[in-house]
Ligand binder design. Sequence first.
Ligand code: HEM
Length: 421
Amino acid sequence: MSFGASFLGGANSRLLPVSIPLRFFLLGLVFQAAGWAVLLTNAADLAGFNGGLGPVLAAVHLLTLGVLTMTAMGASYQFLPIVTRQALMRFWPARLSFWLVAAGVIILAYAMARLWPFGLDLGAGLVAAGLLIFVILTGDNLRRASGVPVVAAHGWLALVALSAVVIAGFLLISDFRSGGLGDHQAVAIFHMVLAIFGFMGLFAVGFSYILVPMFALAHVDISRAAWAQFLLSVFAIIGFLLGVQTHRGPLMIASASAGFIAAAIYIWAMWTSLRAGMRKRLGVSFLLIRVSWGFLLVGVFLGGAMVANVPVPNTPALFGFVVLVGWLLTFLMGVLQRIMPFLASMHITDKTGKPPLLSSLTPKRPLLVHAAFHFLAVGLVSVGIVVNSAILIRFGAASGLVAVAAFAVFSGHILVQLRKR
Ligand code: HEM
């Protein structure tokens, strides 16, 4: 089976109103700015962070729910119908899920920062309702996706993991309020590992098998590697969670090693697609995407090192930052700067009735500024965590804010072009 460019045939007929995916992407940008701002004002709390309520947990959920989940929702509402050749059931539930998750994230993050019990329940309830709609719509689409089994397998498991993450989230907040959870730490690790590698990780990896060959114009069969990576990832996630619940260190280390091999296979498959692709000059977006793959390997390695008690300073915070920001956020920003102009081009025609060139919808300077400051932010905050320096973390968070502002300029350019159509 070959992935990628072949999906585009007839894609126009399965396009959503452009306002639907864009609202998820743009609000994700606002939440990203909010996340960096919370870190900027609470920099001293990050290096020693090891779970628990407070501003850092609020920043974590602004990023995971507000940016990563929001963007995953917008992208899958738009791209799954193209990939599976099945139109979305209805548009209004997608819009409703946006408002529920948006309101829920604001309330939940505020309640986490301010230790507000009612807000925790209300925010979590709204988020869960919005995500339930997302799971139903996406599940319905995946159910009819027979042409891309390995992508569908990633999607299904990601949805199962998301459901388990939300249930564990409810257990954790009820435990903060009234206790009763036997082993809070084990449930917190279950929630975190499934959120990062089960839900967001499998989603990002599954989508890459479509998007990367599509952007590189590659016709290449990477399905065997994709299945090998998928099965190893499942073994790694389940094995790690079993190891945590039964306190078996060797099982956790073996699972982390399997996860590392799965990540390496995935990256190999991606390089194979890029090498086979007809489009070689992929620009700054693929610089971000390639660097994000490096952070994936570093992140899984750090996770294994943490379990094996290798003495890296402040490993829990460093691990969380490297996988959430270094890998997932960097990857997502790279993908976003490709799919936003691509989507816009499908809704705009020039005077001759043809779609505009993608390059005219992709202003380079804001993207270069974004990449420079994003990398600076990742570097400064990572070093700040290791050496326990609030000042470095503060400068890193400020750089992150500049990066978001540059990306907002890029997004503004696309919105202006869409308004002119
Ligand atoms: C209703 C939804 C959710 C609720 C109520 C919730 C609640 C929580 C709570 C209470 C913790 C702290 C655990 C502890 O240390 O005691 C936590 C941690 C975490 N959550 Fe969530 N969560 C939700 C959804 C999500 C989702 C969807 C994601 C990812 C997509 C996510 C990612 C994380 C991560 C990565 C951590 C670990 C933070 C750390 O300790 O480094 N959460 N969550």
